[in-house]
Ligand binder design. Structure first.
Ligand SMILES: NC(=O)c1ccc[n+]([C@@H]2O[C@H](COP(=O)([O-])OP(=O)(O)OC[C@H]3O[C@@H](n4cnc5c(N)ncnc54)[C@H](OP(=O)(O)O)[C@@H]3O)[C@@H](O)[C@H]2O)c1
Length: 248
């Protein structure tokens, strides 16, 4: 992975992606760590202070006017090498069941978890294609080009046996459909597209009783990304090694 952009990088899984990518060998040329409030992203800024390849940029998934300036800034920094990997990580969770969920929560879930990743990917596609085309790697993989949508096991229709989480489940199922459809559209470009479940992770979203730490979740996801090739594009993956495909 040479140049990577992560959304929701100020805390939780997104911040841990940036921390681990910054320490990774070979060192990525750029890690674009985006969040909606860079001024308040103290933990993220601390990583950027010690790793000059980490660039903190503002993207609010719900405000498309924040996308263009970042596409431009990233383009200027990466030049002809383009962008290698986009990790659509930012997301919101809803606990409510179907009897209680508000219209506002449903709208936010779809706006942040689906429409945002779709529109942001669209905005970055020209430089993602440039990244893949300019790569020396000719086969599918994160070293050529990848779009990774951080989904959730809750997005699986086939394995939903407990209901609830109205809006969250539906939005992640829709995100999965986006991954599948986009993988077909980008097959000719040999750009890998994945829907990746991070597992149940102890972040503000996952809570303190989660079974995994952000450190182990992200470390395993980075191993999984590196293991993926053409046969995995469009797949929905559990955070498990060896690779385990979830049913949509
Ligand atoms: N933790 C788990 O157990 C778990 C399980 C399955 C899937 N996931 C998925 O993993 C991803 C990361 O979750 P997490 O556990 O790290 O959650 P988290 O700690 O709650 O972090 C969520 C991140 O998303 C950002 N975000 C929310 N709305 C945004 C917006 N409009 N624009 C930009 N950023 C926005 C937050 O930024 P602010 O600080 O500005 O709000 C924060 O950086 C999510 O997609 C989530 O659905 C998590």
């Amino acid at each position: 992975m040479r140049t990577i952009l992560v959304t929701g990088a100020n805390r939780g899984i997104g911040l841990e992606f940036v921390r681990q990518l910054a320490r990774r060998k070979p060192t990525p040329a750029f890690i674009f760590a985006t969040c909606r409030s860079p001024d308040n992203a103290h933990d993220l800024r601390a990583v950027a202070d010690t790793h000059t390849n980490v660039k903190v940029l503002k993207i609010d998934m719900q405000n498309e006017s924040t996308y263009g300036p970042v596409v431009e800034a990233v383009s200027n920094m990466v030049g002809e090498n383009g962008l290698n990997v986009l990790i659509n990580n930012a997301g919101v969770y809803s606990k409510d069941g179907y009897e209680k969920v508000s219209r506002e929560m449903l709208k936010d879930s779809f706006d942040i978890n689906v429409i945002g990743p779709m529109r942001l990917t669209q905005a970055f596609l020209p430089i993602l294609k440039q990244g893949a085309r300019s790569s020396k790697v000719e086969s599918f993989g994160v070293d050529r080009g990848a779009i990774i949508n951080i989904s959730s096991g809750f997005g699986s229709i086939a394995s939903n046996d407990s209901g609830g989480n109205a809006g969250y489940r539906e939005s992640k199922a829709a995100l999965n459909m986006f991954s599948k459809g986009l993988s077909l559209d980008l097959k000719s470009e040999k750009i890998l597209v994945l829907s990746q479940c991070p597992g149940w992770v102890s972040t503000r979203m996952g809570g303190p009783h989660a079974s995994r730490t952000p450190e182990s979740s992200v470390s395993d996801m980075l191993t999984i990304f590196a293991m993926c090739s053409e046969e995995h594009t469009g797949c929905y993956l559990r955070n498990h090694i060896p690779l385990e495909v979830l049913p949509y």
